[in-house]
Design a protein. Structure first.
Length: 169
């Protein structure tokens, strides 16, 4: 059976990674590596890893500290501006919702057919069950379908547009 580990393998690895191999190690350890296949493999692999590490370290480009500081300052300012803009955006959304509500209230107050339909609906609800309202609802939708579709579009599309605009910012 072939051994899979050696008790001196960690010492060989430490010597290679600490740049002590082969000059600053004991002669007995060098003799052991020459005789032990496991330690020879560790030496070859650790040497390749150490060489690659040194090569990467030589090619690494570290940015100037002033540039890093400037980029951090710019990021902090941008984040502060976004945080300051959130309450303003919320107030704008609330103002927009109030304006749409006011527009709907003005439309309801000035539209004669809307008021009559509202009265009919209220009287039907007061005196009839919901099953009796179905013919009225069908007649109302067929008569004023375009207006209802426009109102539904305003109530659904406008908030979605505001939401999507907020996501971009």
């Amino acid at each position: 059976m072939k051994p899979i580990d050696c008790e001196l393998e960690s010492e060989v690895l430490a010597a290679v990674l600490q740049n002590r191999w082969p000059d600053r190690v004991d002669a007995s350890l060098r003799e052991h590596v020459a005789a032990c296949a496991i330690c020879a493999d560790v030496l070859a692999i650790a040497g390749a890893i150490d060489d690659a590490r040194e090569e990467l370290r030589a090619r690494a480009v570290v940015p100037d500290s002033g540039r890093v500081w400037w980029l951090a300052q710019m990021r902090a300012r941008r984040e502060a501006a976004q945080a300051a803009g959130r309450p303003i955006t919320a107030a704008q959304v609330i103002a927009f919702a109030c304006a749409m509500s006011l527009l709907g209230a003005c439309f309801g107050a000035t539209s004669a057919w809307f008021q009559s339909a509202l009265r009919q609906t209220a009287s039907s609800l007061a005196g009839l069950r919901f099953q009796a309202l179905l013919p009225f609802a069908v007649a109302f939708v067929s008569e004023h379908g375009a207006v209802l579709l426009g109102m539904a579009a305003i109530l659904l599309v406008v908030p979605a547009a505001v939401y999507l605009t907020m996501l971009r910012e």
